[in-house]
Design a protein around this ligand. Structure first.
Ligand SMILES: Nc1ncnc2c1ncn2[C@@H]1O[C@H](COP(=O)(O)OP(=O)(O)OP(=O)(O)O)[C@@H](O)[C@H]1O
Length: 717
């Protein structure tokens, strides 16, 4: 019986195939497990046939349905592993298969694929253009150095013609994977010795180091980062049934480079737009850190309880080993701080809720007859007093209020400080505190309690963390190599926390990488959603300069999002329910559909309508288990970090997004006004980028000014 293996290019399309095509794939795959090689060739239904003019003579197609073909690499060296490469519509399959060539990398011994036709066509014009250029990107490396790193003749010729990084990136998708990665590493300033150590040695199987007799089967086993080999029938069923766990097995080049880098000489940061795999990278980094020593302990942490729950579930999927899992603490920063204080000081903490906090501020505004809003005082306390650890009137009068909008005159500060004191006195009288104060207490205690520290901290969704939360993370781990690994996206900052990481003792200079390819949403959804941000500059994650979405893209295609207005909220709820039912009729599971809104009240209306129409629903805040059926309903804030096949963002009307109450009037404070507007833009951006295949945005009355419909251009295919 032959063996079967799947290349990562297969999953890129498989996940999105319709049910009937998927079932065709499953049936075809079973034949590979049931028939001998001779029987496979003779099977009429499978129709295993060679491809005319294929550059790789091992290329074959198989019949999946009338309209779909599978593309397979058939061994011709006496080995027995068939490699499934792709599932492609009939008319495109032959073109796809004819241009690709699979080879074995001379250094890593892994299977790589290139678009050989495109490289041949593009190299001569590139050489022509380069003849005029003053420098070439790889001029300083000799042919021998490049060959030792696995670069072969064709790639060497192309590399010699490349003059800058932009050209390399543009060419990259055509080049064999490991070779492209070697070239990327070199352009990023790594020495050939470092590339050899971090990439070649890491991938090349030790036992094969001197073996030159490569067979396709052996190389497939060596290509664990891009190919999964099926060793028993149950595994086949499992892998085809659970396609979205593909991230466990395949990391894309840029992801693997950052997640499995042997070591960083201090804190490292990974940024990237929504869906670029930052969480996936954080999880794999944990796996890598655990593999380095048997007693490594890791704190994997994030912002909200829902995100921590999802990290915990996904880490269990990735590690699948209780002993490894026991060495990782997965929790929110606040819960971690709380636990540290409880364990070290022996006293349980009772933080107040946001609602209680606001109530106290309202009372203080009344009794002290203050001219500021409760929102202003909440922010002043959070972003100045707690952020900068201001403990006295004198310090407050001198405090730097950078990022807080209009300056406060001394006379005004003199009036604010008694309000702050009154607030702190109320907390103390009631025996309570705030989460952020607990963080500071934990940081203080950790600085003298080494035994409570962990070996490494990995932080996901870092963009909303407050300086006090950063301080506790800084204190949780001894400064040094691989102390902190931070992932986040400043375009998804929805709580207005602005931090200079350097100021809290975390410098990521020289250890910062960016992911640019979105693996979640279609290019159509991404283009539309990016229009919500409308090019507004956003502050970098580390607080140094601004961040942009330049180069951010998706390789997937689908339908253009639906953006639709209704005359009343009732009509909108009816239409949304109808759309949800259409998605379900098309085969989408109800738990893969989300409806989200700025307010819970809007969700109540849609929920009533869905129930009346017989559609099961679940509120995300109730934390239903992933497999429980029911359309998920969530506020925009609660959508952070989640994803669904289809998403309806409802109630996106003029008065709701941005929500007037959250926006400081421009005449009161222009800077804060702009910051508040950006926060609301980011919120809508987060909600829209949760959708994988379908996005619908709706409103009643006048649409939100952030709805970009008419301004953005559809991506070309
Ligand atoms: N290497 C991979 N192979 C398969 N799927 C992947 C891979 N990397 C990411 N994905 C998928 O892309 C989606 C987005 O990944 P992830 O949640 O890690 O992105 P993110 O950058 O953290 O997103 P966000 O910032 O929007 O929360 C997930 O469905 C994930 O499984």
């Amino acid at each position: 019986m032959p063996n079967l293996a799947f290349a990562h290019s297969f999953w890129d399309t498989y996940d999105r195939l319709e049910k009937q095509v998927k079932s065709g794939v499953r049936k075809a795959m079973q034949k590979f497990q049931q028939l001998s090689v001779a029987e496979l060739h003779a099977d009429k239904g499978l129709h295993l046939e060679s491809v005319d003019n294929a550059r790789d003579p091992r290329m074959r197609t198989i019949r999946i349905t009338d309209f779909w073909r599978g593309v397979v690499l058939a061994p011709d060296d006496g080995s027995d592993v068939f490699l499934l490469l792709n599932v492609v519509p009939h008319d495109d399959a032959y073109g796809w298969a004819a241009k690709r060539l699979y080879t074995i990398n001379s250094a890593t011994r892994a299977v790589e694929v290139r678009n050989v036709v495109a490289i041949e066509e593009l190299t001569p014009p590139l050489e022509q253009a380069a003849s005029e250029a003053p420098t070439r990107l790889f001029a300083k490396y000799s042919d021998t150095v490049l060959r030792d790193l696995g670069i072969d003749d064709q790639v060497l010729r192309a590399a010699r013609a490349i003059t800058d990084e932009g050209q390399l990136e543009a060419f990259g998708g055509l080049l064999p994977e490991d070779q492209f990665e070697v070239l990327q590493f070199l352009t990023e300033g790594f020495t050939p010795e470092e590339v050899y150590r971090d990439l070649v040695v890491e991938r090349r199987p030790a036992e094969d180091a001197d073996d030159t007799g490569d067979s396709l089967a052996r190389a497939i086993v060596n290509t664990r980062s891009r190919i999964t080999l099926i060793t028993n029938p149950d595994e086949l069923t499992e892998i085809l049934e659970k396609p979205f766990a593909a991230w466990r097995v395949f990391l894309h080049r840029s992801q693997r480079r950052v997640a499995y880098r042997v070591s960083y000489n201090g804190p490292a940061q990974v940024t990237g737009g929504p869906g670029t795999g930052k969480t996936v990278v954080a999880l794999h980094r944990v796996k890598h850190l655990l593999s380095r020593s048997a007693d490594t302990r890791v704190l994997l942490t994030t912002f909200t309880t829902a995100l921590a729950k999802s990290l915990r579930e996904n880490l269990a999927l990735l590690l699948d080993d209780d002993d490894l899992l026991a060495r990782v603490q997965v929790t929110t920063v606040d819960a971690y701080a709380n636990r540290v204080v409880r364990e070290i000081s022996g006293r349980a903490q009772s933080p107040i809720t946001d609602a209680d906090e606001r109530q106290i501020w309202r009372r203080i505004i009344r009794t002290q007859n203050l001219p500021w809003s409760e929102q202003f005082l909440v922010q002043e306390f959070r972003h100045v007093v707690l952020a900068q650890q201001v403990h006295s009137r004198k310090d407050y009068l001198l405090a730097d209020r950078r990022g807080r909008g209009a300056p406060l005159q001394q006379a005004q500060r003199v009036r604010v400080w008694p309000a702050i004191e009154a607030f702190l006195a109320e907390l103390s009288a009631a025996g309570t505190t705030t989460h952020l104060q607990i963080c500071d207490r934990a940081a203080e205690l950790l600085s003298t309690a080494n035994e409570h520290r962990v070996g490494h901290v990995v932080v996901d969704e870092a963009q909303d963390l407050h300086p006090a939360q950063w301080r506790v993370l800084r204190a949780a781990v001894e400064p040094g190599p691989d102390d902190l690994f931070i992932t986040g996206d400043p375009h998804q900052r929805i709580y207005d926390s602005h931090v200079s990481l350097r100021a809290v003792g975390i410098s990521v200079a020289g250890r910062s990488s960016r992911l640019r390819v979105n693996y979640r949403s279609t290019a159509e959804i991404l283009t539309w959603a990016t229009g919500v941000i409308d090019g507004t500059p956003v502050e970098e994650l580390s607080g140094d300069g601004t961040d942009s979405l330049t180069g951010y893209r998706s390789l997937l295609h689908g339908k253009w999002p639906i953006a639709e207005g209704y005359s009343s909220a009732r009509d909108e709820a009816v239409a949304v329910s109808e759309l949800v039912r259409t998605w379900i009729d098309q085969g989408v599971r109800s738990n893969e559909i989300a409806v989200c809104a700025r307010f819970n009240l809007t969700l109540d209306k849609v929920q009533d309508q869905l129930r009346a129409d017989g559609v099961p629903t679940e509120r995300v805040k109730d934390q239903p288990r992933t497999e429980v059926e029911g359309v998920r309903l969530a506020s925009m804030h609660a959508m952070k970090g989640l994803e669904f096949q289809c998403v309806a963002v409802v109630g996106v009307s003029e008065k709701v997004v941005p929500f007037a109450k959250e926006i400081t009037p421009a005449d009161v404070d222009r800077k804060q006004h702009e910051a508040d507007l950006l926060k609301e833009r980011c919120l809508l951006f987060v909600a829209c980028t949760r959708a994988r295949d379908a996005l619908a945005v709706s409103w009643s009355g006048t649409p939100s000014p952030f709805v970009p419909e008419r301004k953005v251009r559809r991506p070309s295919r």
